[in-house]
Design a protein around this ligand. Sequence first.
Ligand code: 4AD
Ligand code: MG
Length: 467
Amino acid sequence: MEKIKRTAIVDLLKSSDYGKNVCVKGWVRTKRGNKNVIFIAVNDGSTIKNIQIVADATKFDENLLKQITTGSSVCIFGVLVESQGSGQTVEIHASTIEIYGTADETYPLQKKGHSMEFLREIAHLRPRTNTFGAVFRIRHNMAFAIHKFFHERGFFYFHTPIITASDCEGAGQMFQVTTLDLKNIKKSANGEVDFSEDFYGKPANLTVSGQLEGELAATALGLIYTFGPIFRAENSNTLRHLSELWMIEPEMAFYEIDDNMQLAEDFIKYCIRWALDNCSDDIKFLCDMFDKELIDRLNFVIANDFVRLKYSEGIKILEDAVANGHKFEFPVYWGTDLAAEHERFLVEQYFKNPVILTDYPKEIKSFYMKQNDDGKTVRAMDVLFPKIGEIIGGSQREENLEKLKKRAAEMNVPDKDIWWYMDTRRYGTVPHSGFGLGFDRLILFVTGMANIRDVIPFPRTPKNAEF
Ligand code: 4AD
Ligand code: MG
């Protein structure tokens, strides 16, 4: 028989070529049957759905059939047949079955219904579950939608470095990168580490953001975006923080804060619409399993305008809530950085809508944000989402060299680290804006998963870097 090429299950399930000889390869999810007939559910990762294989038990070697267990991998040739049973449209009547690899009773995914905590301990195998298959297919689709969105609008994908010497956000939460022998560090007479011996001849870190280099690109190419991993050594063990995460950072020459807000809103809505249109089986599964309101929530966000609100107005609403008896863990006053509980009150209880909060006190924001005329606030914007809190952080940038220099000095950003950044303001400076979307938080929102550790294949969090 001429060798038939493998067809992905996602395509087989759409096919109506009944009577055709086909080949399917994948992993066995379940096997049931009796001494006459065996039903095997096979999944190959191309879709959440399994294909049913029907085998005449009398025609196959008993030993072979025994080896078809949950988790084993198989190659099956057979005929595509319109299914009699409910729940599937087609099935395959097997003519040959080959086992690639067996899986014995120690395979950890025998039964359904494992806890998320347990599955995190076996993160090397969890992509084989329905849930994580769905999450990672959606994750891929979101990455694709992001590139498509920006490409269609004339943005260029720009690769910013992962190793850097500057602390963009100024929060000092950086992982150091070194080839120095930590057991044998050379120090000068006054106790300082001699970095001239280090790989770069000076201290280097993993980047917390590609923004500063992104601004260099935007002031040349006009519209750019970055999309890559960034690293933050903040010791936050929450449902929404990773120490290695993926961030998308568009940066746009000639955009002011209103243009920036509009782009952020269009961008998120585009991604969510893409997920609903292209990942419907996976989203429906997650909705049924974990979060009955997921699809309604996604549709709601697309259908409604985001609320636009100044920080000062937001504080006023929160203060009124406190005056009316609402209890927050953290105090509310003008000048404070909003806690997740404050953000979620505004979004989930007060407006019941995503909120773009702008014009924050300059003390709680980075040195590069455009200063307002009031001398107190900067043209920052945070996009706050139901269930997530902050999903985007961004701003219009300060384009005036003198103002920027002054603010950098006040915030102790050393000129030797950012002299090159300052050159964008020295030579042909322009108004410009940008923002950063936390990719993993977007996936959290789109999948309805509860913990950010469950939307990235191998999460990195404090005291956890397994796999
Ligand atoms: O608000 P952030 O810190 O903004 C910046 O880094 C700017 N340089 C972005 C820019 O203007 N180009 O981070 C942006 C987003 C946050 O809103 C959040 O969604 C996500 O990145 N984020 C994290 N996600 C998961 N774990 C963490 N530890 C995160 N820190 C930030
Ligand atoms: Mg932020």
